[in-house]
Write a protein that binds this ligand. Structure first.
Ligand SMILES: *[C@@H]1O[C@H](CO)[C@@H](O)[C@H](O)[C@H]1NC(C)=O
Ligand SMILES: *[C@@H]1O[C@H](CO)[C@@H](O)[C@H](O)[C@H]1NC(C)=O
Ligand SMILES: *[C@@H]1O[C@H](CO)[C@@H](O)[C@H](O)[C@H]1NC(C)=O
Ligand SMILES: CC(=O)N[C@H]1CO[C@H](CO)[C@@H](O)[C@@H]1O
Length: 263
């Protein structure tokens, strides 16, 4: 008699404990799935973004910056950036994108053509990444190089693809995206149809998928590795297993407790 009472009490205690742990195990899995993209800390609204400085410390974007300086397009961009009404959106290829240029190279172009190509890398307006969804429906978008220098955009579930005719590339990270200045890193140098003609080369072999390198060492970096956000969500299985074990142990103990009543 004494033994069965102790057994019942201990069963009851175990039951309590197991429902407590079950309650704890059941609650945590929720937050992981809610927002895979971290919300950027609200940076203080910059009065003045020094593009030359920013591009010299991010990237590496030295080749692009050299072209910006030698063509004086840096002044055009900076002027546009200072103009807070419209702002500017700049697509910046990394140094290795310039190294990868072989077939149509920039070395064989006139100064004006090079200038146009560099101007071709910017839109005369600030666009946040979310704006490209609307922009992609609009068809060809004029760049700072003029109305015959257009880019087509497509927003593929958050990844912004650019098509210049010759170059098909995508935004791989946001170096800066705070109105009025957006600077996005792209995989390739944008080569305009207006200079290279409509003799579009066949699409080159796709680059290895693992080649996305976020722009590091950026002071106001709001680094966004596009297209790979869901991958990093933690494994779901362990929390499910804990939950399942919680339910299972609770049931067993409940049965034991019920049996104990008959002693
Ligand atoms: C942009 O604004 C800054 C700060 O007001 C100024 O020093 C700079 O000369 C301006 N640059 C251009 C190209 O307007
Ligand atoms: C520039 O390109 C044209 C045609 O593509 C070619 O005929 C010419 O030889 C090139 N010049 C140099 C300096 O490479
Ligand atoms: C952009 O898209 C339009 C059709 O909407 C097409 O006619 C044009 O050739 C495209 N331009 C480029 C550079 O891909
Ligand atoms: C709902 C869900 O995301 N289930 C996944 C849990 O993780 C396993 C692999 O560990 C996937 O196969 C499931 O699809």
């Amino acid at each position: 008699m004494e033994f069965s009472r102790i057994f019942m009490i201990s069963c009851y205690v175990l039951l309590l404990c197991s429902s407590l742990t079950y309650g704890q195990a059941a609650s945590p899995p929720a937050p992981a799935a809610i927002s895979p993209t971290p919300t950027p800390a609200p940076a203080p609204a910059p009065e003045y973004v020094n593009l030359g400085y920013l591009l010299s410390v991010a990237g590496p974007f030295h080749t692009f910056l050299d072209y910006l300086e030698s063509t004086k397009v840096l002044d055009t961009f900076q002027n546009q950036a200072n103009n807070t009404e419209q702002g500017v959106t700049i697509f910046v290829p990394k140094d290795n994108a310039f190294k990868a240029l072989k077939k149509p190279s920039l070395s064989n172009l006139s100064k004006d053509q090079v200038k146009s190509i560099i101007l071709f890398h910017a839109l005369p307006k600030y666009y946040a990444l979310a704006d490209f969804n609307d922009l992609s429906a609009k068809g060809p978008v004029s760049t700072l190089a003029g109305s015959q220098y257009t880019l087509n955009f497509t927003d593929d579930s958050g990844t912004v693809h650019l098509d210049s005719g010759w170059s098909k590339t995508k935004v791989t990270s946001a170096v800066l995206s705070t109105a009025p200045v957006a600077i996005y890193q792209v995989d390739e140098v944008l080569l305009p149809e207006a200079i290279f003609g409509t003799d579009i080369p066949p699409t080159p072999a796709p680059a290895p998928a693992s080649h996305i390198i976020p722009a590091a060492d950026t002071p106001s970096a709001e680094s966004k590795e596009s297209g790979s956000s869901p991958k990093s969500s933690p494994s779901n299985s362990s929390s499910h297993r804990i939950m399942n074990f919680g339910i299972w142990s609770q049931k067993v103990l409940a049965v034991l407790g019920g049996m104990a009543l008959f002693f």
